[in-house]
Design a protein around this ligand. Structure first.
Ligand code: CA
Length: 220
């Protein structure tokens, strides 16, 4: 497992590096946003720990730019105590989980394991539903061979539906797969993502199963 640690505090960065090395990760570090952005753009990491307060380029901008260029590796953000709006901004920017400083190293390692496990569930698959193809390795979706532009959350929702094509997936299941444990699990956001996906996908690709959830039509 390869991890990128982005933290400008040298003491905390060293502690994170030691903990991850001890847990068997190969660790790269970055101490500013520009270096972090470059590394995350050109290297493949299984997981990233990203501090938000960084010199040169702040962590949220780094994350937004990664997601905009389809860098979809799991990212756990580190936020300052009491700064709840950072968490919201972090979710919006495409973070998969967060921890508030100070945190216990054991908890961080457990969160990272969970993130890697979730992303590993569909690490190297390629699914097809009618005209739609989703390649999880490249994080790419095409319709009739034409590439589709999706946000990170739209992509995640579609990936789960396609992984279970022909089966009903409940809104709760979707929320659980998309947000980490401490995130606000508001299932209304799922309806928003489904609505946006429907506008981008062929008509009838995603069916609503009243009272139960959503289903990807097996052969559209
Ligand atoms: Ca910092």
């Amino acid at each position: 497992m390869r991890a990128l640690v982005v933290e400008d505090d040298p003491v905390l960065s060293g502690q994170l590096q030691q903990a991850l090395l001890g847990a068997g990760y190969v660790v790269d570090t970055a101490a500013d946003g520009v270096d972090a952005h470059y590394k995350g753009d050109v290297e493949d990491y299984d997981v990233v720990v990203l501090d938000l307060g960084l010199p040169l380029m702040d962590g949220l901008t780094v994350l937004r730019q990664w997601r905009a260029s389809r860098r979809l590796m799991p990212v756990l953000i580190l936020t300052a105590r009491g700064n709840w709006d950072e968490k919201v901004s972090g979710i919006d920017a495409g973070a998969d989980d967060y921890l508030t400083k100070p945190f216990h190293m054991e908890e961080l390692l457990a969160r990272l394991r969970a993130l890697i496990r979730r992303s590993g569930n569909h690490a190297t698959a390629r699914w097809t539903c009618g005209a739609i193809t989703l390649d999880t390795r490249a994080a790419r979706v095409t319709v009739d061979g034409q590439p589709l532009t999706l946000t990170a959350h739209e992509y995640k929702v579609l990936a789960i539906l396609m992984q279970h094509a022909g089966q009903v997936v409940s809104r709760t299941e979707l929320v659980e797969h998309i947000y980490a444990q401490d995130f606000d699990r508001d299932s209304n956001t799922i309806d928003v993502f489904i609505g946006r996906l429907r506008k981008k996908l062929p008509d009838g690709a995603i069916e609503t199963v009243r009272g139960l959830g959503y289903r990807m039509r097996d052969a559209a």
